[in-house]
Each structure stands twice: as structure tokens, then as C-alpha cells.
Design a protein around this ligand. Structure first.
Ligand code: KG4
Ligand code: ZN
Length: 354
């Protein structure tokens, strides 16, 4: 079966055709990053208006590139939550209109669950469950215990800023532009990661919640000039190099995520961890996770960078598995925030130490 996936939750208008849940026949992404750069972040109103312009050409190109027409499509899958509501509604309205006009069944997809499934789109072998799924993006930092493509137990999450949000905010403070993650990674290459040993925000050593907002504040107080009342100013202190701050900050985020990944695998006795989401593009994070896994005996499944950031192939794939598990959704789709996973408190392991 061919699934047409549509993604418009943030600043990428994307459509893709995926066969049988895992084989990508086409994947088109129209990025709005140039439109938001001047504001150092995504402006919801601009995002929605750009989606209106791009949605039909992007869907048409996804069908053309796959060498198919709507008549060949067996399922429509669209991101329905979470995200910017004005942006989400453009994709949902387009998918609903296509479904009404053609009677193709439709499934609403949770964006985070789509990121969870992305590692398996390019993988030769299907996933072996259970496994730890880590989603690190601009909006989310979530650890799950996944038992199937549609069954996830939330083990821990950020209490404040997501990892990508922290990258974006520190990049903005350092004048590195938007999106911040790739810019920080580039600057960090020629920096000294040990120069500013920022405290790792690990919270409860056995728990899987994280917090990145204090780290961002620590960067400001340690490296930026201060006014007479001790408040940080926009300029770096004399002699402080952007590259060293970027490298030291990145090392703190990487250390935190790798340490928590190790806790997750140990505590839940699961020797497999898959990572997706935009921050999973980060080279030092990928290398450090694989190295820790090799040392401690857990295998790391890395999502290819092109499938880490927002795309519609992961939405089509997840929609396929949701459809197989529970059939189509009724129209209209609801775009209200709605968790599709269970929380850890419901199924705590007997020994927290593992
Ligand atoms: O998954 P994504 O495309 O969108 C959301 O669902 O949020 O993730 C975007 C986030 C941004 O915060 C961006 O700065 C971050 O992923 N990112 C990175 C890298 N590439 C993208 N963070 C660190 N290092 C990277 N190389
Ligand atoms: Zn995303």
C-alpha cells in the first residue's frame, strides 16, 4: 500500500509517498528557514502563510517524483499534533480535502511519534522491541520505552527548554543565526570544549527528566558582560571566544543526553536505543552515543540526518502503522494536543537502580 504523508507542524512544508510503511518512494521538503532567519526563530503567522503557498506544489511534486497519481494512494497520513496550530491546520485541511474528494482513508499522526519511527525508515531490518526511543528536537526532549510502532511509555522529558531550543537560544545569544544547532556545531569544531565546564543538568541521577534552561542561563552569566546589577548584557566578556562557548555548551548538552541514555538502557534493561529529531543530526552527539553504547553494551540506531529534521516520510510511515493497528480516523481530525503514549508512573520498574 502507498501512503501519502503531509507535514506542516512548524516551518517545513513536506509531503512524501511511502510504500508499505518503510520504503520511501518520494520525499519533498520546502523549508521556510530563510523567511524566519531575520527573527532568529519561527514566526507562527509567517509559517502558516508560507504553508498555504507551498502545500499544493509540494504534494503534487511528491506524487510526481514517486511516479504515481492520487488514484494509486491507499492512505493519507497528516501530522495533527503537536505544533503551531495555524501551521498544522494547513496540512490537516489539505489532507481532509483530498480525503473528501477521493474517499481515500485518512489517519492523523502525532509528530513526536513520527520522529520515534524515523530511524526504521532507512534501516534494512525492522526494529527489535523493546527499545529506548530518544526524540531530541526543537520542541521536544523525550525518552520512551517503545514496545511496538504504536506503543510507547514516556520515561522522562525536559522540564523546560528542549535540547534544540537551547541550541537555538545559545546560538542567537552568540550571534550565530537560526537554526542554531548546525551553527553551534560548526563553531564548536574550532573551540575548546573543556574551557567552560558548565554544570551538567542531570537532575535526579536515576530519573530521565532533563532541564536545559539553567544551562542556557549559565552560559550567559559565565561568558557575557554584566550590567552594574549583575545582569548579563548582549556582548561577550573580553577575550571570550564564540567557538569556545559553543564547544563547551555543546559538550554539556551531549554529556547530559548520553548519560541519560545510559541510565535509560540500564534501568529498563534494554540494550537498544534509537535516536531521532533535529538534534540527532549533531555529529558529536552521534559519536558519543555510539561510543557509550559500545562501552556499556547497548546498540545505538541513528536516524540518517535527512530524516532527523522534519519530513513527511516519517509521517507517512507512522500513519501506515497506526492505520494497521486501529484503522482510519473519522473526519474532521482534531488538532488539539493529545498524548498518544502512556506515562512511566503507570508501569514503574521494580528496581530503580536497575
Ligand atoms: O525535528 P526538528 O526539525 O523540528 C522540531 O520538531 O522541533 O528539529 C529542529 C531542531 C532545531 O532546534 C535545530 O537547531 C536542531 O533541531 N538541530 C540541531 C542540529 N541540526 C538541527 N541541533 C544540534 N546540532 C545539529 N547539527
Ligand atoms: Zn520535529
Amino acid at each position: 500500500m502507498l501512503t501519502l504523508g503531509i507535514e506542516t507542524s512548524c516551518d517545513e512544508t513536506a509531503a512524501a509517498v511511502v510504500e508499505g510503511g518503510r520504503t520511501i518512494r518520494s520525499s519533498i521538503i520546502a523549508s521556510q528557514v530563510q523567511r524566519h532567519g531575520a527573527w532568529k526563530g519561527v514566526v507562527p503567522e509567517i509559517a502558516a502563510r508560507e504553508h498555504v503557498k507551498a502545500i499544493l506544489p509540494v504534494v503534487t511534486k511528491a506524487l510526481t517524483d514517486a511516479g504515481v497519481t492520487l488514484a494509486d494512494i491507499g492512505l493519507l497520513a497528516v501530522t495533527r499534533e503537536p505544533g503551531l496550530v495555524g501551521a498544522l491546520l494547513i496540512g490537516v485541511a489539505a489532507a481532509e480535502a483530498l480525503s473528501c474528494a477521493t474517499s481515500i482513508p485518512i489517519v492523523g499522526v502525532n509528530h513526536i511519534e513520527a520522529h520515534i519511527g524515523a530511524p526504521w525508515l532507512a534501516a534494512g531490518d525492522p526494529p527489535e522491541y523493546p527499545l529506548i526511543s530518544l526524540v531530541v528536537s526543537g520542541g521536544h526532549t523525550h525518552f520512551f520505552l517503545s514496545s511496538s510502532a504504536c506503543d510507547h511509555l514516556l520515561l522522562g522529558a525536559t522540564l523546560d527548554d528542549a535540547a534544540g531550543e537551547a541550541f537555538d537560544k545559545v546560538a542567537a545569544a552568540l550571534g550565530l543565526g537560526y537554526p542554531g544547532g548546525p551553527a553551534v556545531e560548526r563553531a564548536a569544531k574550532s573551540g575548546d570544549a573543556a574551557l567552560y565546564p558548565f554544570k551538567r543538568p542531570l537532575l535526579d541521577p536515576n530519573g530521565l527528566d532533563v532541564s536545559f534552561s539553567g544551562l542556557k542561563t549559565a552560559v550567559r552569566y559565565r561568558c557575557f558582560e554584566q550590567d552594574p546589577d549583575g545582569r548579563p548584557l548582549p556582548q561577550l566578556r573580553p577575550g571570550v571566544r564564540v567557538e569556545d562557548v559553543a564547544a563547551s555548551f555543546q559538550a554539556a548538552v551531549v554529556d547530559t543526553l548520553v548519560t541519560k541514555s545510559s541510565v535509560a538502557c540500564r534501568r529498563w534493561k534494554t540494550p537498544r536505543l534509537a535516536i531521532g529529531g533535529g538534534v540527532a543530526c549533531n555529529g558529536p552527539l552521534r559519536d558519543a552515543l555510539v561510543a557509550r553504547g559500545a562501552k556499556e553494551g547497548f546498540r545505538v540506531y541513528l536516524t540518517p540526518p535527512s530524516l532527523c529534521t522534519d519530513n513527511a516520510a516519517m509521517v507517512a510511515s507512522q500513519g501506515y502503522f497506526r492505520f494497521m493497528a486501529q484503522g482510519p480516523d473519522a473526519l474532521p481530525l482534531v488538532t488539539a494536543p493529545r498524548a498518544v503514549w502512556r506515562r512511566e508512573a503507570a508501569v514503574a520498574p521494580s528496581s530503580p537502580q536497575g
